[in-house]
Design a protein around this ligand. Sequence first.
Ligand code: NAD
Length: 319
Amino acid sequence: MARIVVTGGAGFIGYHVTRALLARGDEATVIDDFSDGPYPRAEKVRNEGDLLSAFSGARVVRACVTDRAAMAPLIDGAEAVVHLAGLAGVRPSFGDPVRYARVNVEGTAVVQELARQRGVERFLFASSSSIYGNATPLPAREDAPAVVPESPYAASKRSAELVASAICRNAPEMRCAALRFFTVYGARQRPEMAITRFMRAALAGRPVTIFGDGSMRRDFTYVDDIVRGVLAALDASAPPGFRAYNLGSGAPIDLRGLVEAIGAAAGVALQVERAPVPLGDVDATFADITRARTELAWTPRVSLHEGLLAVREWVTDHP
Ligand SMILES: NC(=O)c1ccc[n+]([C@@H]2O[C@H](COP(=O)([O-])OP(=O)(O)OC[C@H]3O[C@@H](n4cnc5c(N)ncnc54)[C@H](O)[C@@H]3O)[C@@H](O)[C@H]2O)c1
C-alpha cells in the first residue's frame, strides 16, 4: 500500500485513476479545487461523492494547486504524486490564457517542487497530445520537436513539461513522467467533449455539429486504457529523470468515422450539421506508442466500439 496524492482527482480522468488506486489497496488523497471550469462543479461533486461512498479510506481535500502554503502539508509523507489537476480544453484557453498558464505551468511547478523538496521519488503529470500541434510528423514520437503549439492550452502543457524536466536536474532521485494523453473518453468524460455530446445528441435525436469537412482526425483513447497507463508509469522501475510517454490508442479516426461509430453504438443514424474549424484545433492527433509499449509494457486494449457502448450506457443512466 502506497500513499499517493492525486491532484485533480475529482475530475474525469482523476476520478478513474483514484478509483483504480483505491481498488488495488493504495491510500489515495485527492486534491482538487472544484473550480467551475471548463464544466460545472456539480459533476466533480458527484465524482467526489461516488469515491467517498465506494471507499471508506478515500480522502478528498479542497485546495488550489498554485497555493503553495495549502499544498505543502498535503504533499508531506506522499510516496508518489499523480498530478492531473489542470485547466483542460483548447478552445476555452483562448478566453483566459493567463489562467491556463498559471494553473497548468505554475501549478505543476508548485506541486513538483514541493514533491522534490520532500524527496518524493515519483512524480507523474498530465500532458497532452495537443503539444504536437500541426508541425510534428505523424505518428508523433515523444522525441520529435514540439515547438509550435496551436493554443494557449497546448503551450501551457508543453511549458509545464519543460519546467518539469528542468526541475528534475535538481532532483537526482526523482522519476518524473509527462503522460501525453490523447483525447480521452469514457464514462464521466467532460461534458463539453465531443463523444459525450454526440452520444447525448444521438440518443435524443438531435443533430451533431462537426467541424470543417469532417476530415479532422483524433486518436481517441478509452479512459480505462489511460488508467492502466498511469498505473504502469507509477509502478515502472524507470531510472530517475524526466521522460515523456504518449498514451494514445495509436488508431486515429476522422470525425465522419466517429459520427458513424457513435451512430452504430447508439443504434441510430446521426444527422450532421457543419461549422468552421475553431481556432486552436489541430488537424490530426496520432500517437506513436512504441515507447509506452516497450518501457511501460502498456498497450491499449479497448476498441472504439466497446468504448462507445460504455459511453452509451453512462449517458443513458445519467441523462
Ligand atoms: N481528457 C482528455 O482528453 C485530456 C487529454 C490530454 C490531457 N488531459 C489533461 O489531463 C488532466 C485531466 O483532464 P480531465 O479531462 O480529467 O479534466 P477535468 O477538468 O475533468 O479534470 C481536471 C481536474 O483538475 C481540477 N483543477 C483545475 N484547476 C485546479 C486547481 N487550480 N487546483 C486544483 N485542482 C484544479 C478540476 O477541478 C478538475 O477536477 C488535465 O490536466 C488535462 O489537461 C486531458
